[in-house]
Design a protein around this ligand. Structure first.
Ligand code: CP
Length: 304
């Protein structure tokens, strides 16, 4: 029995296989409509979500399965003090697979050690978000046809941005990827990722506060939200929240085949006027998340 806690739990070959499956689901959805007949997914969301929870639910329904779960800790017995370990032990009796989001880093890992069924990390605090990374990778693959030889700009909250941390880990296994890290000084990428992933892997990276300076070099621009929920101090959030606002004017120097990604939700860091730019991929990216979650459920349930 396998769980997905960190994107590196999947080999490069397995990621390639998930992408092939997702592409096939997009082409031939009817082939998959009964693959999970009789199976149940439990969505245990202790933190708010729109895309991840609903795309997991849509994924299981489109595979012919069923969904149970809760969307906030307050409506579960966690509000009475039940531990993660006890919660997943019990939910394992009711479901074949669990998708869990939790504000505490490491909670899905603890859950996977106590669960009788596969656990998927649907985002743990400021740590990791591997299924968002699967959506990001499918988007990059469909836009660029490769993961190698890319200059990838990551912009915004690189400190608490779990989607950024997982995406850097995933791309650090491919050749000639150059990372451009664009953030205010207070929200730079944590040292443990710079040292353990980028420096140890011999990756080229460049840190800057200036998005416009680096715009012409980028093949991928991955925008992120400054996350109010990760700040201890509201004044710091207010000061930093509008550090970057992507507008059509700022894209004038960008490559014609730039791909603009964002895990969403956005709260102002991409102007609505960018949405009609053919380089804006973030709504496709949200759709692709459903297909990659379908492929992942099939893999973890060992459904062929
Ligand atoms: N990208 C993402 O995780 O969105 P939600 O928080 O809406 O699930």
């Amino acid at each position: 029995m396998r769980s997905l806690i960190d994107i590196l739990d999947l080999s490069k070959d397995e990621i390639a296989s998930l992408i092939r499956t997702a592409d096939d689901i997009i082409q031939n959805p009817e082939k998959y409509a009964e693959k999970c007949h009789g199976k149940k997914l439990a969505t245990l969301f202790f933190e708010p979500s729109t895309r991840t929870r609903l795309s997991f639910e849509a994924a299981m329904y489109e595979l012919g399965g069923h969904v149970i779960g809760f969307s906030e800790a307050a409506s579960s017995s966690a509000s009475k003090g039940e531990s993660i370990a006890d919660t997943v032990r019990v939910v394992s009796c009711y479901a074949d697979i669990i998708a869990m989001r939790h504000p505490k880093e490491g909670a899905p890992l603890v859950a996977s050690m106590k669960s009788g069924v596969p656990v998927i990390n649907a985002g743990d605090g400021g740590h990791n978000h591997p299924t968002q990374t699967l959506a990001d990778l499918l988007t990059i693959h469909r836009e660029k046809g490769r993961f190698s030889d890319l200059t990838v700009g990551l912009c915004g909250d690189l400190k608490f941005g779990r989607t950024v941390h997982s995406l850097i880990s995933a791309l650090s296994r491919y050749e000639n990827v150059r990372f451009v890290l664009i953030s205010p000084e207070e929200l730079v990428l944590p040292d443990y990722i710079k040292e353990d992933v980028l420096q140890r892997g011999g990756f080229s990276f460049y840190e800057t506060e200036d998005l416009e300076e680096v715009m012409p070099e980028l093949d991928i621009l991955y925008m992120t939200r400054v996350q109010r929920e990760r700040f201890f101090n509201e004044a710091d959030y207010i000061r930093l929240k509008d550090s970057y606002i992507l507008t059509p004017e700022k894209l004038l120097t960008a490559k014609q085949d730039l791909a603009i990604l964002h895990p969403l939700p956005r709260v102002g860091e991409i102007a609505g006027s960018v949405d009609d730019d053919p380089r804006a991929c973030y709504f496709k990216q949200a759709l692709y998340g459903k297909y990659m979650r379908m492929a992942l459920i099939l893999m973890l349930l060992e459904v062929s």
